[in-house]
Design a protein around this ligand. Structure first.
Ligand code: IPM
Ligand code: MG
Length: 374
């Protein structure tokens, strides 16, 4: 049996609805497999700004620091009128957690279930065999390049020589590239043994350095095949021949964009989970932050219409990477697949002949089957 401390940060919009399902699933795992999870909850995003004055308070940050894993919902969606220049922004909670806990590697698996191929806008024959993992660099690059500022700080728009201008800096050190590329080669070694490194080396200096580092790291992994691919070509191939990819490693902003694109292979961004990892060890693995790839989706918040799969699969990644509970993680993933195979769908992946269920009900179906597993 395992003991672990988990901090849940539901956040904004649909965040609380989907993390509630993920937590239900973790509680079911706890009961079914005889573990003890101590769960704390903290405010992040808009509620934290309203009641504690910043997107994440010092107290919440300390609670996180003392945990084995963080289960995160979503932040954002401040109405434009309230986005005052220089005012606190909900996304800062995420940027602070990523940066200060050193979560430099963001794993985003994309594996469309055969039963829901019809939910994708791609033809089923294109999707066949698609099973890839993105390793997105998460704590450097354009999001953090400007040393004296923080990401998303709107005051960066400035006046110079009578013009209005803004600047963002794409900066990578060799170390920042090397550590994330090593993660990608390690992940590939445990899978089909192929890394695609994505860059824009025909234009960007940081990409030229990125390629050099990849070539060097690859030399330490003779058993893993690798290739370099330009980001524009990758964007095309992802929807032309997605099954060719195994592990894709890329810098922060390219990874942000390509993973939204890749989510459409599953039919909905609501399906994708993620794990953000650094180097701090826990009893069972690595300290990490787990969140669905989707955002706060304010247009459907509070309607029991959000897809909880991304959040529930994020909980599975939490079990695997931070708690070392592989059997339990695989059981959650299999159960989600079973529920989909049996024809249940959230509205975003609805197709003819299937039963549309709400967020709560989808969560309950997963929990019931998990508890009934032999
Ligand atoms: C993601 C999100 C975030 C990002 C937003 C909410 C700032 O899009 O995790 O992909 O850009 O990193
Ligand atoms: Mg994104």
């Amino acid at each position: 049996m395992s003991e672990a401390t988990i901090t849940v940060l539901p956040g904004d919009g649909v965040g609380p609805e989907v993390t509630a399902q993920a937590l239900k699933v973790l509680r079911a795992v706890e009961k079914r497999y005889g573990h003890t999870f101590t769960v704390h909850e903290g405010l992040v995003g808009l509620d934290a700004i309203a009641s504690e004055g910043s997107a994440i308070s010092e107290a919440t940050f300390q609670t996180c620091a003392q945990s084995d894993a963080l289960l995160f919902g979503a932040v954002g969606a401040l109405p434009a009128a309230e986005r005052r220049a220089g005012g606190p922004r909900p996304e800062l909670a995420l940027f602070r957690l990523r940066k200060e806990f050193g979560f430099f590697a963001n794993l985003r698996p994309v594996r469309p279930a055969e039963a829901s191929y019809a939910a994708s806008s791609l033809k089923p024959e294109c999707l066949k065999g698609t099973d890839m993992v993105f390793v997105r660099e998460l704590s450097a690059g354009l999001y953090y390049g400007h040393m004296e500022t923080v990401p998303g700080k709107p005051s960066e728009i400035r006046q110079r020589d009578g013009r209005t201008e803004a600047v963002d800096t794409l900066l990578y050190t060799e170390e920042e590239i090397e550590r994330v590329v090593r993660v990608a080669f390690d992940v590939a070694a445990g899978r089909r043994g192929k890394v695609t490194s994505v860059d824009k080396a025909n234009v960007l200096s940081s990409s030229v350095l990125w390629r050099q580092v990849v070539d060097r790291v690859a030399a330490d992994h003779p058993g893993v095949a690798y290739e370099h691919m330009l980001v524009d070509a990758c964007a095309m191939r992802l929807i032309r021949t997605p099954a060719e990819f195994d592990v894709i490693v890329t810098e922060n902003l390219f990874g942000d964009i390509l993973t939204d694109e890749a989510s459409m292979l599953t039919g909905s961004i609501g399906m994708l989970p993620s794990a953000s990892l650094g180097t701090r060890r826990t009893a069972g693995g690595l300290f990490g932050l787990y969140e669905p790839v989707h955002g706060s989706a304010p247009d459907i918040a509070g309607q029991d219409a959000a897809n909880p799969v991304g959040a529930v699969l994020s909980a599975a990644l939490l079990l695997r990477h931070s708690l070392g509970l592989e059997r339990e993680a695989a059981a959650v993933e299999k159960t989600v697949e079973d529920v989909i195979r049996d024809g249940y769908r959230s509205p975003d992946i609805h197709e003819e002949g299937c039963t549309v269920v709400g967020t709560e009900e989808f969560g309950r179906l997963i929990v019931d089957r998990l508890e009934a597993r032999p």
